[in-house]
Design a protein around this ligand. Structure first.
Ligand code: ADP
Ligand code: MG
Length: 580
């Protein structure tokens, strides 16, 4: 006789349910998401004993039709997908119609709902596989789900739950995260009859950010930034550069409104902060990212929040560059990039004015650091935020070229006025940087960066070193000799990055240039700072490079007089292809 048995339906159901509902947090999460799907703008969550005894989620959403309540406890019952064509949606949004049925399988579940209002509300109660109707169930428009005695029928799972305190904290954190992306929803959380969280509806993210983190006082350490880059748009709160003290700042990534774990975002942000934070200080950030859903690979396991991005290296570059820009701009134009709650329109909430107006760096920022930075001459229009704003306002005419792509990671191919152009990305950027340096020198001065800690490296000095170092002062550098064997860079021009600083100094100090020293310094700086060949570029990077190139006085020759562009006319191409 065969040994294989088909499991009874209840057992199979319990197994499946146990996979979706792991702990009280899973219940809260599923129910709150349902409330949101039902267009609620008010959600109340109440738990007892960390959710082990009871969980209630009430909303003011669309409600559930009486007819639908009859089948709601059946597995795979959902109103959110209709055809198999919607399978994509199942994967993206997790509409599988499994949450309610799973919850009901492992608890005593009551649902009371109304699509109209008090006069026509009804309810159902589900326990131990049996459904009972509740007729007299007065409820306003919306839905209330009550889940009692979670895992009463799965004792092993029940015993595995953590202490009520731990479960409670997990729920509380989830609600905070949920609230950050749903600032237009009023949210309250009650734990063992005590109010634990209460967020009034607000209009702007920064107001919700304040509601959530105001009490912890960490909001003072953050600035707000928003940037759109083609397909990707980012909005978030980032720890101000220069923070020294280690605090447990939140590090939260939301992709398309869901908290996720996503490696590339982490890496791009860490890499973006680089020298802007003291070594060992972890950057705090709460970033909201909008990406076309088809670029995100969602792990289809419903409770796992790990996702992967399809185009991750391009995404990495875009995010890192944008964040760098913000961090740099932070010192230049802090009024537009740091949070400014004094002009908030969210009137229903009383925000303290003190210490939150973007002018008052009293947090944990090392004072001298900021003062130094601010004393230096700056090109204000360079601030990213400012630039973006003006760009949007003026509605720049569309560019007169089209990026076709990049060839062997070294040449940008474009179409312009009917011609095909091949642009050497290094030479082009060299030209752009060279002219920028000259302009800045003549006008507002070369913008400088003060690293948090001097950058020290080994260099065997000789009798010419001191004078050469002195020459660099005019170009935004402040370098000191440390004995005979090392140099310490205290200030460097903002055009350089960490990697090019050392390259430049070494090559410059080793050179024996006698003629036109100043110009050769500028050329060498632009050469070292410029984008290298064999370096992949995102479309946005190519676009801004080409745009900047055509604004220079001589887009055809690099400062060392090497050509930048090769052009092919349509005639030439036709001839070659024997179309003429
Ligand atoms: P899914 O969300 O994947 O559709 P669920 O099991 O979470 O599956 O919910 C089943 C259905 O019950 C939903 O599709 C929706 O029609 C209805 N529903 C659940 N919760 C609510 C709610 N709070 N308000 C209105 N309808 C709800
Ligand atoms: Mg659901």
């Amino acid at each position: 006789m065969g040994k294989i048995r088909v499991l009874p339906r209840e057992v199979a159901g319990k197994i499946a349910a146990g996979e979706i509902i792991e702990r009280p947090l899973s219940v809260v999460k599923e129910l709150m998401e349902n409330s949101l799907d039902a267009s609620s703008n008010e959600i109340l969550i109440s738990v007892e004993d960390g959710g082990k005894k009871s969980i209630i989620v009430k909303d003011n959403g669309e409600g559930i039709e009486k007819e639908d309540l009859k089948i709601i406890f059946r597995r795979h019952s959902t109103s959110k997908i209709e055809t198999v064509d919607d399978l994509e949606k199942i994967l993206t949004f997790g509409f599988r119609g499994e949450a309610i049925s799973s919850i009901a399988e492992v608890s005593k579940t009551t649902i009371i709902s109304s699509t109209e209002g008090r006069d026509s509300s009804y309810g159902v109660y589900f326990f131990n596989g049996e459904m009972t109707f509740i007729d007299d169930a007065p409820y306003r428009k919306g839905t209330m789900v009550k889940v009692e005695d979670l895992f009463y029928n799965l004792p092993a799972r029940k015993n595995f739950l953590r202490a009520a305190k731990t479960e409670n904290l997990a729920i509380k954190n989830f609600i905070k995260h949920f609230s950050l992306v749903n600032e237009d929803v009023k949210i309250s959380f009650i734990s063992d009859e005590k109010e634990s969280l209460f967020y009034e509806r607000v209009q702007e993210k920064k107001d919700r950010f304040y509601q959530v983190y105001g009490k912890d006082k960490i909001y003072n350490d953050f600035f707000e930034a928003e940037f759109d880059r083609g397909e990707y748009s980012f909005h978030g709160f980032f720890v101000k550069p220069g923070l020294e003290e280690y605090k447990r700042y939140p590090q939260l990534i939301f992709i398309n409104k869901r908290v996720v774990k996503e490696k590339t975002t982490f890496q791009a942000i860490y890499s973006g902060y680089d020298t802007y934070l003291k070594k060992g200080v972890k950057p705090g950030f709460i970033i909201f990212i909008d990406i076309p859903p088809d670029e995100v690979e969602v792990n289809i396991h419903p409770t796992k929040a790990e996702v992967k991005l399809k185009n991750s290296s391009e995404y990495f570059r875009i995010l890192r560059a944008a964040l760098r820009n913000e961090l740099e701009g932070f010192f230049l134009d802090k009024s537009s990039s740091s949070l400014n709650l004094t002009d908030t329109k969210a009137s229903s909430y009383n925000f303290p004015k003190k210490g939150w107006d973007g002018t008052n760096f009293n947090g944990n920022i090392r004072k001298p650091f900021f003062d130094d930075i601010r004393q230096e001459k700056k090109v204000d229009s360079n601030s990213f935020v400012q630039k973006e704003k003006t760009r949007n306002l003026l509605l720049e005419p569309p560019s007169d070229f089209k990026i076709i792509g990049q060839y062997i990671n070294s040449y940008v191919i474009i179409e312009k006025e009917g011609k095909l152009l091949i642009i050497d990305q290094h030479n082009a950027d060299e030209r752009v940087k060279y002219e920028k340096l000259i302009d800045n020198r003549e006008n507002s001065g070369i913008k400088q960066v003060k690293p948090l800690f001097p950058i020290v490296f080994e260099y065997k000095t000789d009798e010419t070193t001191e004078e050469k170092i002195e020459n660099l002062k005019k170009f935004g550098w402040d370098i000191e000799m440390w004995g005979e064997n090392s140099l310490s860079v205290k200030l460097y021009p903002a055009i350089m990055d960490n990697r090019s600083i050392r390259d430049f100094i070494m090559e410059y100090l080793d050179s024996n240039e006698k003629d036109d020293i100043e110009d050769s310094i500028l050329k060498l700086m632009s050469c070292k700072a410029a984008i290298k060949v064999n370096h992949p570029l995102a479309k946005e990077e190519m676009e801004s490079l080409v745009k900047a190139l055509f604004k220079t006085r001589n887009p055809y020759l690099c400062p060392h007089s090497r050509p930048i562009i090769v052009e092919f006319s349509e005639d030439f191409i036709k001839k070659e292809l024997k179309r003429k």
